[in-house]
Write a protein that binds this ligand. Structure first.
Ligand SMILES: [Fe+2]
Length: 206
């Protein structure tokens, strides 16, 4: 349980839940539906996100790794959007979940025609605090995302079915649909310390 001495507990509980899930399930539809429930619980509160994972960059949206499964079955990332920041059109090549923690995101999905041309898939959507969206090769994997708030930072928590910072994926030329390989990496060399459980053990000392 979360308390003042163990503010990171909700993230640790989420990581434990996801680790159990990827150990029991391999089917993408189940990973997405059950992972969404876990992510919904995580983003109900936002006091657990360490300060260094909330810092925007003046030019680029930031991707702070919160946790990577040692077996590469999932990763958790804090996406921090400064005002006006936007991704290129890109894909993920793996399932992913986006949960809105603070602020709002705008998203537009695309489909690639056999000719290679990109066409919009549905209209632009807004993701609000507490809401979840899923992406992936079987459910629509190409999109562009931006901060929907022009004068504030927005933060979303993403979960992917791989160590996403090291996945070879693509950006797309909006005019020609031409894909270009990229690897996103992460914005920080640090990850939050989930594993200092001394407070709860000390509290049980007799
Ligand atoms: Fe994306």
């Amino acid at each position: 349980m979360s308390n003042q001495l163990d503010t990171i507990a909700p993230l640790r509980e989420f990581v434990i839940g996801m680790t159990n899930l990827v150990s029991q399930e391999t089917e993408q539809a189940h990973l997405i539906s059950k992972g969404s429930e876990l992510l919904k619980t995580l983003i109900q509160s936002d006091d657990w996100l360490p300060e260094f994972c909330t810092v925007p960059h003046p030019e680029f949206y930031q991707q702070y790794l919160l946790h990577a499964d040692p077996l590469g079955r999932f990763s958790v990332v804090s996406f921090v959007w400064g005002p006006g920041q936007k991704t290129p059109i890109h894909d993920h090549c793996i399932w992913g979940l986006i949960g809105m923690l603070r602020g709002m995101e705008k998203g537009q999905r695309y489909q690639q025609l056999p000719s290679g041309e990109l066409v919009t898939d549905g209209s632009e959507t807004i993701l609000r605090q507490g809401e979840i969206e899923a992406v992936g090769p079987t459910i629509g994997d190409i999109h562009v995302v931006s901060n929907a708030i022009s004068d504030k930072t927005s933060i979303s928590i993403h979960v992917y079915g791989a160590n996403i910072g090291a996945v070879k994926r693509h950006t797309y030329d909006p005019l020609t649909g031409q894909p270009k390989q990229f690897v996103s990496g992460y914005s920080s060399k640090q990850v939050p310390n989930l594993w200092d459980r001394s407070a709860e053990v000390r509290a049980s000392l007799t």
